[in-house]
Write a protein that binds this ligand. Structure first.
Ligand code: PMV
Length: 352
C-alpha cells in the first residue's frame, strides 16, 4: 500500500508434521526439544492484514513512535500502545486470550522494529480453529509476515521463520512451502525452519475430520504436562532424532513406503507419550480409532496410506498423490460418518 506504508497483508498455509514437534526446551523463546519435519498443505489458509496506526480512535495523536527519551516510564507507554491493539478473526472481533496472544506477539515486532505503535489485525481463515488442524501455524506465519512488513522490516525467510516461531512453534515451518525441516537449535538464532527438496515424491494428505470441536487441552498446556510428567517422553524425544534422519533418507530416495511408516510410528509415539502424562492427555475420540483401523485396512488391501495425528482427534493420511482419490474413496466407504478432504503440498508465506 503506497498511501499507507504501515499496512501489509500476507497469506500462509497450514502444515502437517511428519516428524512431530512436541515439547519445549525454552518456553519463552519457543525452542523445541527436537527437530521436526512437515509438509505445508494447500487450501488451509490464513490471510491477515496488519495496520499500525498513530491515532487512537477519538483521542489525541498517540505520538509515541520512538517511545523513550521523554522521561515518561516506557512500560506505561508500551502498555498503553498495547491496549489499543485490536484483532478480528473471520469477522468476529476478539478479546481476552486470543487478542492478548496476538498483542504479545506484536510486542516482539515492535521491539525488533522500533515502531512503537498499536495495530489493527484482521484475519480470514479456511482452517477450522482448535481442531488439531494446525490453525496456529498458518495464523502466526501470516501474522509474522504481515506485521514485520507493515513495521518496515525486510526479513529474510529464515529470520521470518524465527519470528513466526515466537507466535507458535509450528508456524516457523509454514513460512516455507512443501517439505520443511525445523532445526531445533539451542537459542533464538539457531532455531529456524528451512525447505527440504521433495525429490521425486508426489505427496498428498487426506484430512479426515472426526470433530471440529475446540480441543479440551491446548497444545501448549499439553506439551508442558507431557514434558514434566510423562515417563515415556524422554524415549520419544530420542526416537525423533533417529526418525528424522530416516525420514530425510527416505525422501532423498523417493521411498514413500518408508517415509509413511516412520511418519505413522512417530505420531503414535507422540500420542503414547501424551497418554502417559499425569493426568493423561487424550485427544482421540472413538472415531479416531475407527479411522486409524480403516487406514490399516486400506494398506492391507494394497493401497499406500499412513496415518498421523496432532493435538486433536482428526487423522491426516499421507499417500502418493496418484492414489489420493482412491484412498479418499476407500475412507468414505469405511468411515462414512467423517468428512474427507484431499490436500496437496502448498506454498509458503506470501505478501500481497
Ligand atoms: O505450534 P503448536 O504449539 O500449536 O504445536 C503443534 C504441535 C503439533 O501440531 C501436535 C505437532 C507439530 O509438529 O505440528
Amino acid at each position: 500500500d503506497v498511501a499507507n506504508p504501515r499496512v501489509a497483508t500476507a497469506s500462509a498455509n497450514a502444515n502437517i508434521a511428519l516428524i512431530k514437534y512436541w515439547g519445549k526446551a525454552d518456553e519463552e523463546l519457543i525452542i523445541p526439544r527436537a527437530s521436526s519435519l512437515s509438509l505445508t498443505l494447500d487450501g488451509l489458509t490464513s490471510r491477515t492484514t496488519v495496520e499500525f496506526f498513530d491515532k487512537v480512535d477519538g483521542e489525541e495523536d498517540a505520538d509515541v513512535a520512538g517511545g523513550s527519551g521523554s522521561g515518561v516510564d516506557c512500560r506505561e507507554i508500551y502498555d498503553y500502545i498495547k491496549s489499543a491493539d485490536s484483532l478480528t478473526i473471520d469477522d468476529v472481533p476478539q478479546q481476552g486470550k486470543a487478542l492478548d496472544r496476538v498483542s504479545r506477539f506484536l510486542d516482539i515486532v515492535r521491539a525488533q522494529s522500533g515502531l512503537h505503535l498499536p495495530a489493527r489485525v484482521v484475519s480470514h481463515n479456511t482452517v477450522p480453529f482448535g481442531a488439531g488442524l494446525a490453525s496456529s501455524a498458518s495464523a502466526f506465519a501470516a501474522l509474522a509476515a504481515a506485521a514485520s512488513k507493515a513495521a518496515g522490516m525486510d526479513l529474510s525467510p529464515r529470520d521470518l521463520s524465527r519470528l513466526a516461531r515466537r507466535g507458535s512453534g509450528s508456524a516457523c515451518r509454514s513460512v516455507f512451502g512443501g517439505l520443511v525441516q525445523w532445526h531445533a537449535g539451542h537459542d533464538d538464532e539457531t532455531s529456524y525452519a528451512e525447505p527440504v527438496d521433495m525429490g521425486s515424491l508426489d505427496l498428498a494428505v487426506i484430512v479426515v475430520l472426526v470433530s471440529s470441536d475446540l480441543k479440551p487441552v491446548s497444545s501448549r498446556e499439553a506439551m508442558r504436562r507431557t514434558v514434566a510428567t510423562s515417563p515415556l517422553y524422554p524415549a520419544w524425544v530420542e526416537s525423533c532424532a533417529v526418525d528424522l534422519d530416516e525420514a530425510l533418507n527416505a525422501i532423498r530416495q523417493g521411498d514413500l513406503e518408508r517415509l509413511g511408516a516412520i511418519t505413522e510410528a512417530n505420531a503414535f509415539g507422540m500420542h503414547a507419550a501424551m497418554m502417559a502424562s499425569r493426568p493423561a492427555v487424550l485427544y482421540w475420540l472413538p472415531d479416531t480409532v475407527a479411522v486409524l483401523r480403516a487406514v490399516d485396512g486400506i494398506r492391507d488391501s494394497g493401497l499406500g496410506a499412513w496415518s498421523t495425528m496432532d493435538a486433536g482427534p482428526n487423522v491426516k493420511v499421507l499417500a502418493d498423490a496418484r492414489d489420493a482419490r482412491a484412498v479418499a474413496a476407500a475412507l468414505r466407504e469405511r468411515v462414512p460418518q467423517c468428512e474427507v478432504e484431499i490436500h496437496r503440498p502448498g506454498s509458503g508465506v506470501r505478501l500481497h
